[in-house]
Design a protein around this ligand. Structure first.
Ligand code: TYM
Length: 362
């Protein structure tokens, strides 16, 4: 059987990248599968300093945002990572199975420690091992993530395999589910079978819908199309949050970096800025990239930016008002997390016990 697991850090309101890269697939997957868990990974968020009052609020804000995006606690288990202590227990066991250089070579560690002037915490270094524990603790088979998590997923796959080699077949080796790009993997409208994909650890999100053809594995920064859109970008204009006001959204798209060609085309390799806008537009409008490009024939990029802004505003308006409603009912949000965490604990406890037996603790 398939078990789907994914997580998101409660550090601020989700942005377009989180939404298109992950959350939108989460919503679809909970309808298609019986065993689905989504975690607000608060343990991960303290790998960089957090103010306790803000963190407490951010956990509830993220809960409201996920519910407003369509995560339904009747269909999936929505829970708070720190409330299921087995995550840290399994994390320790896995930490003792991974060599230091393996972690030091991961892109995110290198990028983040460069920012922290090579003074990152040990937690920041071992962060991907905790991620492995999150996933393996539920014997998960599939993990919907954005492309930035693929390298972490390779580590998770390696850890599952080394554990199985040492202690006997126990963990399934989980696959990433990426919202994939037809340009790279497919020709025409026929979608590949997972075996045709360049990396067998990755599965396309859905084999049916051509609207997924937009290259949304990674939403780029609006200010620098070579970088991913990120919560921590110091340039406020780079990142569109789902709760931004229509005025902010228009301003951010108006200032989006494009090039000196005024035509709207989709050429991610040579025209990253415009192509990012086309991909975002296609994804939020639920249209194939070709259709979006066809509809914008004759339009210059300045005008087109406003069209994309409008499409994003329209997509997020109902979510934004739902978040505001949900945020007024703090008790409800706390209850959702409590119930979810208790359900997750029920699944996690027996697996953790078995692991402890295998390792020789019991
Ligand atoms: P986080 O909180 O940074 O991001 C949550 C999800 O959003 C995706 N994402 C993007 N997708 C496309 N374009 C972007 N610009 C973009 N930015 C973010 C991420 O790929 C992710 O899927 N380490 C994880 C959290 C985590 C986790 C896990 C995920 C902890 N344990 C177990 C899966 C399974 C993280 O920091 O995601």
């Amino acid at each position: 059987v398939k078990r789907i697991f994914s997580g998101i850090q409660p550090t601020g309101i989700p942005h377009l990248g989180n939404y298109l890269g992950a959350i939108e697939s989460w919503v679809r997957l909970q309808d298609e599968h019986d065993s689905v868990l989504y975690s607000i990974v608060d343990l991960h968020s303290i790998t960089v300093p957090q103010d306790p009052t803000i963190l407490r609020q951010s956990i509830l804000d993220m809960t409201a945002a996920l519910l407003a995006c369509g995560i339904n606690p009747e269909k999936s288990i929505l829970f708070q990572q720190s409330q299921v202590s087995e995550h840290t227990q399994l994390s320790w066991i896995l930490t003792c199975m991974v060599r230091l250089p393996r972690l030091q070579h991961l892109h995110q560690w290198k990028a983040k420690t460069a920012k922290e002037k090579h003074n990152g915490t040990v937690g920041l270094l071992t962060y991907p091992v905790l991620q492995a524990a999150d996933i393996l603790l539920y014997k998960s088979t599939h993990v919907p993530v954005g492309e930035d998590q693929v390298q972490h997923m390779e580590l998770v796959q390696d850890l599952a395999q080394s554990f199985n080699k040492k202690y006997g077949e126990f963990f399934p080796v989980p696959k990433s589910i990426l919202r994939f790009s037809r340009q790279e993997y497919c020709s025409g409208l026929s979608f590949p079978s997972p075996g045709d994909l360049p990396n067998p650890g990755i599965e396309p999100v859905s084999l049916a819908s051509p609207t997924l053809a937009a290259s949304m594995k990674k939403v780029k920064s609006l200010r620098d199309p070579s970088a991913k859109m990120s919560k921590s970008d110091p340039d406020k204009l780079a990142t569109v949050r789902i709760t931004d006001s229509p005025e902010e959204i228009v301003q951010k798209f108006r200032k989006a970096m494009t090039d000196f060609t005024s035509e709207v085309t989709y050429e991610p390799a040579s025209r990253g800025g415009v192509s990012n806008l086309v991909a975002i537009h296609a994804a939020v409008a639920g249209l194939p990239v070709e259709e979006v490009v066809r509809r914008s024939a004759g339009m210059d990029t300045a005008r087109y930016k406003l069209v994309v802004a409008d499409a994003v505003i329209e997509k997020f308006a109902p979510i934004k008002s739902e978040i505001e409603k949900l945020k007024m009912n703090k008790d409800h949000l706390e209850k959702v997390l409590q119930v979810g965490s208790a359900r997750a604990k029920e699944l996690a406890y027996p697996v953790c016990q078995e692991v402890k037996k295998l390792v020789g603790f019991l």
